[in-house]
Design a protein around this ligand. Structure first.
Ligand code: PEP
Ligand code: MG
Length: 582
């Protein structure tokens, strides 16, 4: 039976393919028969994983802050009791011994049986307890895997076997997993959770494949291999579509393909408005491997290199200076002398630094020790990164971009540490660009409101609209429950962006927008009207934005701006922006 599920659009386009459902644990373990004679060994491996999981629970309980709610401690006790459950241990052991299942397979077989039994319970409270069993077993699976995350190897196998028409359906995908998915072969993805501007969504958008997030219960409703249409423009997933709907979407796909081919023709056209205003279009990247695509899209530099992705999802410690230096040089060289803004590590919120050496620093709240706050609290790590960037600056036009600044003392300390890193390199007699430019992200409302402070100290500024919106409107950008309140056209946001641009222009300090607003072609004219001349976005968005710029006439746009900025009525703002785009 055909039906549609609704969520949030993350990345435009239409995909038609078959569901590849992945869950955090149960489905994605390797299923293999172990060699005869190795059963006892596999049982021991499983027992050790149980012990490790138990130890982790003890550690977690010991580390609970004194003022932690009582429920947390009770919750950990429940999980410990589940882990001690003799059945839960013996059943998978029996599967290993009798059927020679590998430990992970045996464990998830038992989990599947348990979850089925919970599903049949009528009492809603008891029914929900199935989730506790799932979480406990996931913990053991992590321990079996020897890491805090599951191997993607089984997913690789599946995607290798499947054709490129696989559509990943998951409950949620962490940003670092999304990064790893970049290497895989699939044509769209759908998740139950997530906001339009979460880092997962941003990375997904860079893949240039249709995607929808916040499609509630998608991973439960959609079955493996279901035929799906993902309408990325509307955030709709159609399950088991009728032949008529399928045909309509096939036609839409052909139109999109044609329009993309047309866009390619603009690649070498200079980026100028009709009245001759030169506009700079740069690219946002997450890894050095993204740089060739940036260049290929016609970007004239990297406006934002999110260096934190080099630090996330690592088995060992954090990257040493040499490893970082190589990554930065690789990026700079790939951009052939064009500027590259390397943003210092912006860990926190949904970008989790789940690293063996820095476990306690993970899961930072968006209001916590995020971005530069974290770097300043770890001066040795920050100095290592600064030295690596500075050394790389000897190979091309690297610039340093600092995230999440809000306070004068953070600015001073940051600049002092940059000075210190330079002195260290001089002592080592290592080269760097002594004239390297330092920029600040303006992404906390406090920073936007004290622009003269920032303009005094920095060579350039870049507006991070994703966080500016999050913090101004008090909305977690990764939470789909409040996604409808995430509004780039809120009058407070428009006022802040306009004032940042004007303040920087007045002081002749280059200003760009590198948040997702820069890559949204429906907002291009509005930003041009506000006086923005430098945009940075994912390579996949660049030509669509360029097309808008080529059709724009700045004098006319500027004339239409005052009424937009002077009203507080959302509907009127929307109507005026629609008119601006006509
Ligand atoms: C932003 O906040 O707009 C930004 C570009 O940084 P990030 O999305 O990495 O937080
Ligand atoms: Mg940000």
């Amino acid at each position: 039976m055909s039906f549609a599920l609704h969520g949030l659009s993350v990345s435009n386009g239409v995909a038609i393919g078959h569901a590849l459902t992945i869950s955090a644990a149960s489905l994605d373990v390797t299923h293999q028969f172990i060699a005869s004679g190795s059963e006892e060994q596999e049982v021991v491996r499983l027992q050790q994983a149980f012990e490790l999981a138990m130890q982790e629970l003890h550690d977690l309980k010991d580390r609970l802050p004194e003022d932690a709610p009582e429920e947390m401690s009770a919750f950990l006790d429940v999980h410990r009791l589940i882990l001690e459950d003799i059945d839960l241990r013996q059943k998978p052991e029996a599967l290993i011994l009798k059927r020679r299942y590998n430990a992970a397979w045996a464990l998830t077989t038992v989990l599947d049986e348990l979850l089925l039994a919970f599903e049949e319970i009528d009492d809603p409270y008891l029914k929900e307890r199935g989730a506790d069993f799932r979480q406990v077993i996931e913990r053991v699976l992590y321990a079996l895997n020897g890491s805090s995350e599951l191997s993607l190897a089984p997913l690789y196998q599946k995607l290798d076997r499947q054709s490129a028409d696989a559509i990943i359906v998951a409950q949620d995908i962490a940003p670092h997993d999304m990064m790893r998915f970049k290497e895989l072969n699939f044509c769209a993805f759908v998740t139950d959770f997530g906001g339009k501007n979460s880092h997962t969504a941003i990375v997904a958008r860079s893949l240039d494949i249709p995607a929808a997030v916040g499609v509630k219960h998608a991973s439960e409703i959609i079955q493996q291999d279901d035929l799906l249409i993902v309408d990325g423009d509307k955030g709709i997933v159609i399950v088991d579509p009728s032949p008529m709907i399928l045909e309509a979407y096939r036609q839409r796909q052909a139109e999109i393909k044609f329009s993309k081919e047309q866009l390619q023709l603009l690649k070498y056209t200079p980026t100028k408005t009709i009245d001759g205003q030169q506009i700079t279009l740069m690219a946002n990247i997450e890894t050095p491997e993204d740089a060739p695509d940036a260049l290929d899209s016609g970007a004239v530099g990297v406006g934002l290199y999110r260096s934190e992705f080099l630090f996330m999802n690592r088995k060992g410690g954090l990257p040493e200076e040499e490893e970082q230096y190589r990554a930065y040089v690789k990026t700079i060289e790939a951009m052939y002398g064009l500027p590259v803004n390397i943003r210092t590590i912006d860990i926190g919120a949904d970008k989790n630094l789940d690293n063996e050496d820095h476990k306690l620093s993970s899961n930072i709240s968006p209001l916590g020790l995020r971005g530069i706050r974290w770097s300043l609290s770890e001066p040795e790590i920050f100095l290592t990164q600064l030295r690596a960037i500075l050394r790389a600056s000897a190979h091309g036009k690297a610039q340093i971009l600092i995230p999440m600044l809000a306070q004068a003392h953070e600015i001073e300390l940051t600049l002092e540490l940059i000075g210190e890193a330079k002195r260290q390199l001089e002592q080592r007699q290592q080269a760097y660009n002594t004239d390297i430019k330092i920029g600040a992200m303006i992404e906390i409302p406090a920073a936007a409101l004290v622009m003269p402070l920032f303009l005094k100290y920095f060579d350039f500024v870049s507006i991070g609209t994703n966080d500016l919106i999050q913090y101004t409107l008090g909305i977690d950008r990764a939470d789909n429950a409040v996604a409808h309140l995430y509004d780039p056209l809120h009058p407070a946001i428009l006022k802040l962006i306009y004032e940042i641009i004007q303040a920087a222009k007045k002081e002749n300090i280059p200003v760009s927008v590198c948040g997702e607003m820069a890559g949204d072609s429906k907002l291009t004219r509005l930003l041009l009207a506000m006086g923005l001349t430098d945009f940075s976005m994912h390579a996949s968005q660049l030509l669509t934005v360029k097309r808008e710029i080529l059709k724009a006439y700045i004098a006319d746009l500027t004339y239409q701006l005052p009424p937009i900025l002077s009203t507080y009525e959302p509907e009127l703002i929307n109507a005026l922006v629609t008119k601006l785009n006509q």
